[in-house]
Write a protein that binds this ligand. Structure first.
Ligand code: C2E
Ligand code: MG
Ligand code: MG
Length: 760
């Protein structure tokens, strides 16, 4: 009965060992191989024992003993290998290793010789509980075997024991469980040796040891280690963390969490209620799976910002087992973000909104308050550049800050304002809050004043009433700006409103801008020539004045389209085209031996878009024309900016044989002053001097003196706008040299001009 019982147990153990060995061999873990070796090693001694127990025959028993002892040697070899790997150790030295392996080999060999010399063991028949067994009779060879195997076994025990003592607490389990099993097995085995029982029950222990090794080496994961690690991470987190059970009771909080809700001891339960109250949270017990909110305490500088996040924890069946809440104090981040936002949204100099942010704010305001009517106001200071030029940039900056302050102080709280660029500001406010009378009064005597300086500033506002809230804010400001442009130089009126005519004008401006290139190609645009005559009424030349024979709008004068191109810069293309056209005419005249000159106009904007001197020189060269036949007209206002450079251009032209004329002399602010600096050969007196007025007498006197002055300076005088015979006579008397005006002829197409000259 006992015999059969053990046979079954051993059979089961062998099967278990083989199965585990198979799994271990397949394992991807590195230690899998040595575990498999150990398990494989355990199979022979267990089988040997099975044989000893099962056989009633001496030979079979003896074979069983051989398998058992030799198998044990193999187990020791495999146990060593496993131990070093499991304990992350290596042999203390090569000689120790060689010694141990030699002892095992010698022992194995001496067993092989036992059948001849019987120096290790023999067997004797005994009867236990009426059953026959063959018991081991040990000799000195067997003692040697025991010393070797016990030696190795003890060494392994010591290695494990050292590990248990040395490793951190959480790893102890990993080593102690194996150590304890080995000690028990060792005791069991020793008991068997001394009891001289024919059945070595301790083999059960060895087999179980193998299975425990299998588990610890390949499957055991120290849960306590994981727990500890997670707890450490949770404790060290800068966020406050709270863990709740399935019914929302707080079961744990880290130190930060305890501090946040004032938990003194380890009673975490009050945390739930305190958190709900503090952050005005919905019921933490029943709130949704995931919750993310932000919360701010206080405001302004003292504000503290928190981000709250709650997650639910579910088990493998999807049942909610609890939840955790993290509360992060992100005040610093928020402050840094706000600071960055502030910098991005505010103009450094004035502290007002930047254009981008202003537009964004206006857009939002208009869209969210569809029932309120708004004005978008464009504000610009006239000739601001002069302030920088005359007083320097510091005073310029001071003036801009003053303008910003003025906006702050004179617009209501409902207004949104910012600096669009340079000296341009933008404001948006409800129509009902705009106090036009007050603003107009304020602007009448607007001055910039510091301790030393005082400068009047002409400030205008263009106002667009938002009737299309969907419009781009930049377009709204464009419209306000168009309104402003209608009063740009006015001193009496400071506020202008946009109306639909202006809109049509904008559309028309856009249309003609898009048609310009085509119009030049098809020669819809071309010069009209207005004759210039001498004292005897003889035609000596002509001024080329641009005209556009528009297919829909008819003949257009420059006054209707040139300002548009002046604004968008296309004027330079028109002028280039005009100069080239003038050269073409001059080339034809040259061929026809007609000795006349043509004056062309230069716009101040041309200087921004090209090298004026180079351009004119090259076109004259191209058509092979005498530069003296090409005169260039430039107004004094064109010389106001960047004067040094422009004087250089005029000098360049003169040196290359061109004649320079000062156009519209007397119409600007400082004609006489400019005369001093501008290198000119002709001055064209503006028609203002000829206009009928109460001060005719004075005007005549001035005219007379200018003519004399130009004589003195060696400059030719030419009077424009001569409309009557009387005027002509008077000017001849005064000594004026050249004349241009309707009295002689209006500007006319090239062909007509040819005829006019023939009849002259
Ligand atoms: P501007 O250069 O001073 O040209 C003289 C303007 O006076 C011309 O007007 C001409 O038609 C007009 N005018 C001539 N005689 C009389 C007169 O007896 N009575 C009156 N009331 N007016 C007279 P227009 O052609 O309309 O040109 C106006 C301005 O447009 C020009 O003034 C010039 O500044 C500009 N302009 C014309 N063509 C060009 C061009 O090709 N390029 C540039 N940049 N500007 C041009
Ligand atoms: Mg002119
Ligand atoms: Mg003129």
């Amino acid at each position: 009965m006992i015999r059969q019982g053990f046979v079954v147990i051993y059979g089961v153990l062998i099967a278990a060992l083989l199965l585990c060995q198979h799994i271990a061999r397949k394992s991807k873990k590195k230690i899998g191989r040595s575990v498999a070796l150990l398990l494989a090693g355990l199979v022979p001694p267990v089988t040997g024992n099975l044989l000893i127990i099962a056989s009633r025959d001496q030979t079979l028993s003896t074979i069983g003993y051989y398998i058992y002892f030799l198998g044990m040697n193999f187990v020791m070899f495999a146990l060593l290998k496993f131990t070093f790997e499991y304990c992350l150790l290596d042999w203390p030295s090569k000689s120790v290793r060689n010694l141990v392996y030699s002892l095992l080999t010698i022992d194995t060999i001496q067993y092989a010789f036992n059948s001849f010399f019987h120096q290790a063991f023999s067997t004797e028949a005994i009867v236990v509980d009426g059953a026959n067994y063959y018991r081991l009779v040990p000799y000195f060879g067997q003692t040697f075997h025991r010393i070797v195997d016990y030696g190795i076994f003890f060494a392994v025990l010591i290695i494990f024991a050292t590990k248990v003592i040395r490793v951190p607490h959480i790893y102890v389990e990993r080593y102690s469980s194996l150590l304890i099993t080995m000690i028990l097995v060792g005791i069991w085995e020793t008991f068997y040796i001394f009891s001289r029982n024919p059945i070595d029950q301790s083999m059960i222990g060895f087999a179980v040891f193998g299975l425990i090794v299998f588990y610890f080496a390949l499957y055991y994961r120290p849960m306590r280690l994981l727990d500890r690690m997670l707890a450490n991470i949770a404790s060290d987190m800068p966020d406050a963390l709270f863990f709740f059970d399935a019914v929302g009771r707080c079961i744990w909080a880290n130190d930060q969490g305890k501090k946040l809700v004032n938990l003194e001891d380890n009673n975490f339960e009050p945390a739930t209620e305190r958190l709900e109250k503090m952050f005005q949270l919905p019921d933490l017990k029943s709130s949704e799976t995931m919750l993310r909110t932000q919360f701010t305490f206080g405001n302004g500088e003292n504000a503290r910002h928190f981000v709250l996040e709650k997650h639910e924890v579910s088990d493998t069946h999807g049942r909610v087992t609890g939840s955790f809440l993290s509360v992060r104090d992100n005040t610093e981040e928020q402050r840094a973000y706000e600071k960055q936002q502030y910098i991005a949204r505010h103009d450094v100099l004035t502290g007002l909104y930047t254009r981008e942010y202003l537009y964004e704010r206006i857009k939002k305001t208009i869209q969210t308050n569809q029932n309120i009517e708004y004005y978008v106001v464009f504000m610009d200071a006239n000739n601001f550049k002069v302030i920088n030029d005359i007083y320097g940039n510091d005073f310029g900056d001071f003036a801009l800050k003053n303008l910003a302050d003025w906006v702050r102080n004179n617009f209501p709280a409902s207004a949104i304002y910012g600096r669009i660029a340079g000296d341009m500001f933008g404001i948006c406010l409800p129509v009902s809050d705009f106090d036009e009378g007050h603003i107009e009064n304020e602007l009448v005597n607007f001055t910039i004043k510091d301790e030393k300086l005082e400068h009047p500033l002409l400030v205008h506002l263009g106002v667009y009433k938002v009737v299309e809230p969907g419009l781009d804010v930049s377009v709204m400001f464009d419209r306000a700006r168009v309104a402003l442009s209608t009063i740009k130089d006015e001193f009496q009126k400071h506020i202008a409103y946009y109306d639909d005519n202006m809109k049509e004008k904008i559309l028309w401006d856009q249309l003609i801008s898009s048609q310009l290139h085509k119009a030049m190609e098809t020669r819809e645009i071309r010069p009209y020539l207005q004759p210039i005559v001498d004292r005897n009424g003889k035609v000596v030349g002509a001024e080329a004045l641009v005209r556009w024979q528009h297919p829909i709008d008819g003949l257009l004068n420059p006054g209707s389209f040139m300002p548009v191109f002046e604004r968008n810069g296309m004027v330079a293309e028109v002028d280039k085209y005009m100069w080239r056209y003038a050269c073409e005419i001059l080339a034809r005249w040259k061929k026809e031996s007609r000795d006349l000159f043509i004056s062309v106009n230069i716009s101040p904007k041309d200087f921004y878009f090209m090298d004026v001197a180079e351009e004119i020189k090259s076109v004259v060269r191209e058509f092979d024309i005498d530069p003296a036949k090409m005169r260039v007209e430039i107004t004094e206002t064109a010389m106001m900016e960047d004067i040094d450079n422009r004087v250089r251009v005029l000098n360049d032209l003169q040196q290359n044989g061109f004649m320079v004329e000062m156009d519209d002399f007397g119409s600007g602010y400082s004609s006489l002053n400019m005369l001093k600096d501008m290198p000119v050969e002709v001055i064209k007196l503006d028609m203002v001097f000829l206009k009928k007025s109460d001060n005719d007498y004075k005007a005549k006197k001035i005219l007379n003196h200018i003519v004399k002055l130009s004589d003195d300076l060696g400059v030719t005088s030419l009077t424009e706008g001569v409309e009557t015979h009387d005027q002509y006579e008077m000017l001849v008397d005064m000594g004026c040299k050249l004349f241009q005006g309707f009295y002689f002829a209006k500007p006319m197409p090239e062909e007509e001009f040819d005829l006019f000259c023939v009849n002259n």
